[in-house]
Design a protein around this ligand. Structure first.
Ligand SMILES: [Zn+2]
Ligand SMILES: [Zn+2]
Ligand SMILES: [Zn+2]
Length: 154
């Protein structure tokens, strides 16, 4: 967090998968074939994906049933390691396009098409953290999501 004066790189496609793998491995976790499959599946989705969506697609891909619960556990691991972002109001996940650095990401979530546009604004999130601190509350993770209608749906 802090000021946004670090080298912030938004990844996509193969470079995103490499960055996610490097980031997970460097925190001492293994990049298993199941984790790789789940991350690739997540990265393919432009809109937030639920554990059920991913389990369905993976079951088809692997030709054997993948339980949503195991997908859920891995998604939680991804969130804990900053590889995935959880869109709370949609109960769904997005691949984190900046796995190398931490931000309190802000999402604009379209009620019509479900698209979640991702914005980083550390000035806003630090204000939100400050409000919590002033109320003697230790903020672990501010969740800032704006529901509404995206440009192509309005
Ligand atoms: Zn950054
Ligand atoms: Zn972000
Ligand atoms: Zn929309």
């Amino acid at each position: 967090m802090g000021n946004h004066n670090h080298h912030h790189h938004e990844h996509s496609g193969a470079s995103l998968i490499d960055a996610a793998r490097d980031s997970l491995v460097s925190s001492g976790e293994q990049w298993t074939s199941m984790r790789a499959d789940i991350f690739e599946e997540l990265a393919r989705h432009e809109r937030p994906a639920s554990a059920y969506d991913i389990a369905d697609n993976l079951s088809a891909k692997r030709g054997k049933r993948v339980a949503p619960n195991s997908v859920y556990r891995i998604l939680d691991l991804f969130v804990a390691n900053n590889l995935a972002l959880r869109v709370e109001s949609a109960n769904a996940f997005l691949a984190n396009s900046h796995p190398g650095c931490e931000h309190d990401c802000i999402f604009l979530v379209c009620d019509e098409c479900g698209e979640a546009t991702h914005i980083d604004n550390d000035e806003i999130s630090e204000k939100v953290r400050g409000v919590a601190k002033a109320a003697d509350f230790r903020a672990r993770r501010p969740i800032i999501e704006i529901r509404g209608t995206c440009a192509s749906c309005s």
